[in-house]
Ligand binder design. Structure first.
Ligand code: DAK
Length: 260
């Protein structure tokens, strides 16, 4: 598929996916969401892929939200279709089987903040700004913001952001747990690539199952979630990776994982 607004570049086992509409601060219109879905579908078929880093083009914005000039023209039915498309894009990121790291390099507002939250975790540059300004536009967050934000930062912090529409800086986002850490802009991509590289040394089987255990378990009560964890723990013992990992420890050598 010819992509105009989403760039994908693979560096070793890591794909850097860049949303690129710099003139509109990388805002998400229909074409961009469709390309994002297609890009993640293609990456899902890449058996050698270890991790994905999702970022925005330029030095000003990660994603400044859904495209307001595009949305402003929609009727109710088109709005509903656009909402479904946005949700599908968030789900493609959220349900991706390999780790997805958001490299938040500037404004992450509305749908942009929601996209960052669909990733597994977020590392931000010092100039990053976060917010859910939808109440300024007469709508509510619609790409999962009312659900993912309280799960990440707690109900009180989430509701203050959602109800005021306020923007917060990267340090504030870090304090409330929305991002894991803050680095200078020029260190952002190297830092995310270093984390991806660290993950690439681990068992691919275990990495996938860790993601599944956390994502699925969070939707369950704690007792069922722990039983689910035991099941996945058991599944590890059907893998070559578990045999290699434990043997390597006993042999006092580094493991050579195959992901099988
Ligand atoms: N959409 C379209 N264009 C945008 C944009 C956006 N979200 N954000 C910025 N731009 C454009 C600006 O219009 C401007 O274009 P030109 O005038 O140069 O043609 C260019 O990017 C540069 O922006 P500014 O000139 O405004 O730059 P500043 O540095 O002065 O300000 C800013 C940066 C990020 C503070 C400001 O641009 C801003 O407030 N942008 C809007 C942020 C925002 O409100 N984002 C949330 C959008 S609402 C749905 C579910 C979910 C959603 C929708 C539907 N359904 C279920 C149906 C999601 C909604 C949202 O995300």
């Amino acid at each position: 598929m010819q992509m105009n607004n989403v760039l994908c570049e693979k560096q070793n086992g890591t794909a850097v996916v860049t949303i690129s509409r710099p003139k509109a601060l990388n805002a998400l219109n229909r074409e961009t969401l469709e390309e994002l879905i297609a890009c993640f579908e293609e990456l899902e078929r890449d058996g050698d892929l270890v991790a994905v880093i999702l970022t925005g083009a330029g030095e000003k914005a990660f994603v400044a939200g859904a495209d307001i000039s595009f949305m402003q023209r929609l009727n109710a039915l088109e709005g509903r279709e656009f909402g479904k498309l946005g949700q599908a894009a968030m789900n493609a990121v959220d349900a991706f089987t390999r780790p997805v790291i958001a490299a938040v390099n500037g404004f992450a507002l509305g749908g942009g903040c929601e996209l960052a939250m669909a990733c597994d975790f977020r590392i931000a540059s010092e100039n990053a700004r976060f917010g859910q300004p939808e109440v300024n536009l007469g709508v509510i967050p619609g790409f999962g913001g009312t659900q993912r934000l309280p799960r990440l930062v707690g109900r009180g912090q989430a509701l203050e952001l959602i109800l005021t529409g306020d923007m917060i800086d990267a340090e504030h986002a870090c304090r409330i747990g929305l991002v894991n850490r803050v680095v200078p802009l020029e260190r952002l991509l190297p830092e995310c690539l270093a984390v991806a590289e660290k993950i690439s040394q681990k068992s691919p089987v275990a990495i996938r199952l860790c993601k599944e255990a956390v994502a699925t378990g969070l939707e369950m009560d704690i007792a069922r979630a722990c039983r689910y964890e035991s099941d996945l723990f058991g599944v590890c013992f059907a893998s070559d990776d578990q045999k290699e990992g434990m043997q390597a420890f006993l042999d006092k050598r580094a493991p050579h994982f195959t992901g099988r």
